[in-house]
Design a protein around this ligand. Structure first.
Ligand code: ATP
Ligand code: MG
Length: 411
């Protein structure tokens, strides 16, 4: 993409009311737009990053057998009444609305209820299980605080997968596969080193749930990390009994701030019983399906990547999620040789399938370099009269700052 064509502009200052580093930088670099507190739009550069994260998640969900669907945001109250989650006293972050005729509707904050209800038409016998279904969808939550930028939106994208199994044993097998898939995802998006499987409250159907917590001062959670064992315990559940249960010594734990980038949960028959999702087993007996839910917020992951990797110059994207692989910068005073060579190189790289953002704008070198640091593409190619005098371009690594000169014909 030619930068002269990109409609977004960088800016020196973020809006005064934006306090989160991730949103400040993403707004300044033109990746997102703040509509209001906790509500952000994704612009071309931001959407490219979000889509890369989404695709990595999609690949890993497909690899464990997940089948993709797209459920509705508008929710039928009757499914939620059946599980006692319609009442605002039970669920405090609903957005609700109504039809012209007065019928109440909800805007989905999660999708256990509608999917469980839907599966009734498809799961009948033990032969229909196991199965798992996922989607990427906008969720709506009337969050009390929205001070963490895109890490806590009131409207945000979630990947939510739901698993359906015959019994606890089959569920446990799938749950473990999903846990490994999640670790792969956080590795692939560049958060592997900072992300810990964290024991958290399991609700009424299992002892624990597992959160995937990424260490960052910007996180809203407090966890206790055992670095040797590479696990952590959420402060909410830390007590002597849990320590003993997990075989962890209090002395090995370090208190850290972290953000929950993912969460996997055993649901037992919490939803299948009230919504009557049953199957007939090998003896022909009707039994409730055992379920699990597995969530990741791609926007929260993107915000977390910013918090973890950005430096004082701007964004720093890991290769796998960067909006482009190469930022090609042409430095020229007037139309001439440099521009011709740069156009050439842009075409060649693009033909090779390399994603290039080409700064062909008629502006100063200072502005181009400043914008390039802010946008944070992993590799920068600079072509100028000086580099061309050696038939070379300069290659700079955004993360390390390392610079090398490379002959154009060996590139
Ligand atoms: P938190 O405890 O941080 O409020 P949660 O436990 O309510 O999150 P889940 O319901 O488990 O979150 O949602 C699954 C995933 O969706 C989370 O792990 C997170 O990545 C993402 N997520 C949750 N709430 C938000 C939000 N308000 N904005 C962006 N992403 C979110
Ligand atoms: Mg949570």
């Amino acid at each position: 993409m030619k930068q002269s064509h990109l409609f977004t502009k960088t800016r020196r200052e973020a809006p005064k009311d934006e306090v989160a580093k991730n949103a400040q930088l993403l707004i300044r670099a033109g990746f997102i737009n703040k509509e209001m507190a906790g509500v952000y739009s994704y612009l071309p550069l931001g959407l490219r990053v979000l889509n890369k994260i989404v695709n990595i998640i999609r690949e890993e969900m497909n690899a464990i057998g997940g089948q993709e669907v797209h459920l509705t945001a508008l929710q039928d109250k009757k499914n939620w009444e059946a599980t006692n989650r319609w009442d605002d006293k039970v669920v405090d972050n609903w957005f609700k609305t109504e039809l012209k005729n007065g019928t109440e509707l909800g805007l989905g904050f999660t999708h256990e209820e509608p999917l469980t209800a839907l599966m009734k038409d498809h799961v009948r016998s033990f032969r229909d299980l196991p199965t798992s279904v996922y989607q990427f969808q906008t969720k709506f939550r009337n969050e009390a605080r929205a001070k963490s930028g895109i890490m806590r939106g009131r409207e945000f994208l979630m990947k939510d997968l739901y698993s359906f199994n015959r019994d606890e044993k089959a569920h446990a097998d799938f749950y473990e596969k999903a846990k490994q898939a999640y670790l792969k995802i956080f590795d692939r998006v560049g958060l592997g080193a900072e992300t810990f499987v964290t024991f958290a409250s399991g609700g009424s159907f299992s002892k624990y749930s597992h959160e995937f917590q990424t260490l960052t001062e910007a996180g809203e959670d407090t966890i206790f990390v055992d670095e040797k064992k590479k696990i952590a315990i959420n402060k909410e559940v830390l007590n002597d009994e849990v320590l003993k249960d997990l075989g962890v010594n209090k002395a090995d734990l370090i208190e850290k701030k972290a953000v929950e980038v993912g969460n996997i949960f055993s649901l037992g028959t919490r939803f299948s019983e009230p919504l009557n999702l049953v199957y007939s087993n090998e003896e022909g007996k009707s039994v409730p399906v055992v379920m699990g839910s597995y969530g990741i917020g791609p926007g929260r992951v993107m915000g977390t990547i910013v918090e973890v990797h950005a430096d004082d110059k701007g964004l720093v994207w890991p290769e796998a999620v960067a909006p482009f692989g190469v930022h090609l910068i042409a430095i020229f005073d007037k139309v001439g040789k440099v521009q011709v060579e740069a156009d050439n190189l842009y075409k060649k790289l693009s033909d090779k399938g390399i994603e290039v953002l080409y700064d062909d704008r008629d502006t100063t070198a200072g502005e181009k370099f400043g914008d390039s640091d802010l946008i944070g593409i992993p590799t920068r190619y600079v072509i100028s009269e000086k580099t061309l005098a050696n038939n070379s371009i300069e290659i700079k690594d955004r993360l390390t700052g390392k610079v090398e000169m490379v002959k154009i014909d060996t590139l």
